[in-house]
Ligand binder design. Structure first.
Ligand SMILES: Nc1ncnc2c1ncn2[C@@H]1O[C@H](COP(=O)(O)OP(=O)(O)OP(=O)(O)O)[C@@H](O)[C@H]1O
Ligand SMILES: [Mg+2]
Length: 240
């Protein structure tokens, strides 16, 4: 792992147990993400993109393989240390937002600080986290939506809340799994613009999974995943 790389995945394998069958989904996938890089991942439905991202994001354990984040092998750590590494380094944005329905927008954004604090591991006091969350929501045009619950928000608004949540603890890496996949073209375009602007301003290292060629065109590098392996990397022609 060189200094320029912030995230490296080596030989990731994953299989799921379905009844008495073992189903292989990832068959030795590799990836390296450079600091400040926008990396796009494309590939057919079922190729294993989300599974791979969840493993990279330290949300789901691989059957085999290593995920090095800033030189630390996330999956070799104990649960507490891994949670701490995830808090410090990773933000995750999901296609279907994954906001907690019983919390309002502001509370959803503050949640990562609350969870970190419950482990004695938050870089922010609750007051600081709340101030930062309000600032983000204002910046994202949601100043009048802070006390709305997710069911009272549009899809685009929910995704902007989810992005603010992912960025609350100022992680250097943002992983986004089809962040505009559930939005109409115009709304998706606005959410994408916001994501790319944050990436640039914060110098984030970002992995974006998408089926949308417009997103791929806005990235530094495009990778293709096929049947649980990364088939091609760098200089790949963007499929239209
Ligand atoms: N928890 C699970 N248990 C069993 N099989 C799973 C599980 N999660 C994913 N799979 C299987 O792994 C394969 C890859 O799924 P994955 O969600 O990673 O694909 P994807 O590339 O993200 O697809 P899409 O573009 O539709 O989001 C699929 O065949 C899926 O059924
Ligand atoms: Mg997926």
């Amino acid at each position: 792992m060189s200094d320029s790389q912030i995230l490296v995945a080596k030989d990731i394998r994953k299989s799921f147990q379905i009844g008495d069958r073992e189903v292989g989904v990832l068959h030795g996938a590799h990836l390296s993400l450079n600091r400040g890089e926008r990396l796009c991942m494309m590939g057919a439905s079922g190729a294993g993109k989300s599974t791979f991202l969840h493993i990279l994001g330290l949300l789901e354990r691989p059957t085999e393989g290593e995920v090095l984040i800033d030189g630390q092998d996330g999956w070799s750590l104990g649960n507490t240390q891994r949670a701490s590494l995830r808090n410090r380094t990773l933000g995750f944005v999901f296609q279907f937002y994954h906001l907690l329905p019983e919390l309002n927008a502001l509370e959803n954004v503050v949640l990562p600080a609350r969870i970190a604090a419950s482990h004695g591991d938050s870089p922010l006091t609750l007051q600081e986290a709340t101030a930062r969350a309000k600032q983000s929501l204002e910046k994202f045009g949601l100043e009048n939506r802070m006390d709305h619950r997710p069911s009272q928000l549009s899809g685009g608004e929910q995704q902007r809340v989810a992005i603010a949540r992912a960025l609350l603890l100022d992680p250097p890496v943002l992983i986004a799994d089809e962040p505009t996949g559930n939005l109409d073209t115009a709304t998706g375009g606005r959410v994408l613009e916001l994501l790319l602007k944050e990436q640039e301003e914060r110098g984030l290292s970002m992995i974006l999974v998408t089926h949308d060629p417009r997103i791929a065109e806005a990235c530094d590098r495009v990778m293709a995943m096929q049947d649980g392996q990364i088939q091609s990397d760098t200089g790949v022609e963007i499929p239209h």
